[in-house]
Ligand binder design. Structure first.
Ligand code: ADP
Ligand code: MG
Length: 344
């Protein structure tokens, strides 16, 4: 079930990539090398061009799989699993960096990104696909153990009070996409498309020198609403269409939880796509901006200006920050969609 939804998301990305390479230039398909695999609970694909691409892809895949083993919340042998057991736990440098980054982003977003939501996410069944609706009392009691300020980290030692548990789900894939990018670059790849379950990194431009074309999925359907043209950046979308479920006729949002209520976010946004230089920033922000809602997200952009975003809202309109506005084009079937430009 969970896997099927992910497949459709990834297919949209894969189709767009294929569509792009056929329609927008003379990409030299002969030099394209691709690897596809399942990690971090989602489908991943990496396409790289040029000599040595095959070897580089293998190393990038190894890197993502290695990080998955460290950061999985469900694998009993992972470092994050050990941390979630409570007490003082010594972890590797990269796990310490991931946790520090999540805490920094939690602070920056006023707790909209909440790395300690794991018990709540689990209670809704998002960790195993067996969805249920927890009672108000259950949620309130679980929320007592939620709060990024309860986590302490000193060097490579992480300490969690009993009952407090980290969830790497909102940031791990983005962080891994940056590590995969680094591996590709170190191995001489100058042109690649990394897609870790919708966490996209564009390395360089297309081999023919043109920009990549990336589709922004239609939250209400299977197609895309528009296309971003870009190079050398990361693009990540968090949307209301992922992993939603129905109980007694009520559709329960999706897997992004409002840390204040402990319930799936229900606001004016359907999806947020973030474009920035690093995948980890995009991943953390797409989740957090989704929680904030349109006005909160706009205020956050005005305060920071280190990312661009495309928000698709329930009023059928798109809201696009000025730095990406001329690189985002509505799809033919959505030419009527109103695109509002957010200015600084
Ligand atoms: P995806 O993982 O589908 O790409 P996100 O990056 O938006 O989507 O991450 C959602 C995941 O993050 C959830 O499955 C859950 O594990 C976790 N999560 C849900 N709500 C929050 C939140 N407010 N802050 C941090 N993590 C969250
Ligand atoms: Mg995210």
């Amino acid at each position: 079930m969970l896997m099927r939804r992910k497949i459709s998301i990834i297919l949209a990305a894969v189709c767009m990539a294929a569509f792009c390479s056929c329609s927008f230039g003379d990409t030299n398909e002969e030099t394209a090398q691709k690897t596809e695999f399942f990690a971090m609970d989602t489908y991943m694909s990496v396409t790289a061009y040029g000599e040595g691409a095959q070897k580089a892809l293998e190393l990038a895949k190894d890197e993502v799989e290695r990080l998955d083993k460290l950061w999985s919340v469900t694998d009993e042998n992972s470092e994050v699993y050990a941390v979630n057991g409570g007490g003082e736990v010594s972890v590797s440098g990269e796990t310490a960096q991931l946790i520090s980054f999540m805490l920094d982003m939690a602070k920056r977003t006023g707790g909209a990104l909440e790395p300690t939501l794991y018990p709540v996410v689990k209670a809704w069944g998002f960790t195993n696909g067996e969805n249920r609706v927890p009672s108000g009392d259950e949620i309130q009691s679980l929320l007592k153990n939620v709060g990024y300020e309860k986590v302490s980290i000193s060097g490579n030692t992480v300490t969690l009070p009993d009952g407090v548990m980290l969830d790497t789900g909102a940031v791990g894939k983005g962080y891994a996409s940056d590590k995969a990018t680094q591996v590709l670059k170190e191995n001489g790849v100058g042109s690649a498309l990394i897609d870790l379950g919708g966490n996209i990194v564009l390395v360089g431009s297309k081999p023919d020198g043109n920009e990549w074309k990336i589709g922004v999925r239609d939250p209400d359907g299977d197609g895309v609403v528009g296309i971003i043209s870009a190079s050398d950046c990361a693009i990540v979308t968090s949307g209301a269409y992922e992993r939603n479920f129905t109980v007694d006729g009520t559709v329960y949002g999706h897997h992004i939880i409002d840390p204040k209520s402990g319930r799936p976010v229900d606001n004016d946004i359907l999806s947020v796509t973030v474009i920035a230089s690093k995948g980890r920033l995009c991943d953390a922000l797409s989740t957090a901006l989704f929680v904030m809602g349109k006005d909160g997200a706009v205020a956050h952009w005005r305060d920071h200006r280190d990312f661009e975003m495309i928000m698709l809202c329930k009023n059928g309109q798109a809201y696009v920050t000025e730095g990406i506005a001329n690189r985002f084009e509505a799809d033919e079937e959505h030419s009527e969609m109103k695109i509002n430009v957010i200015e600084g």
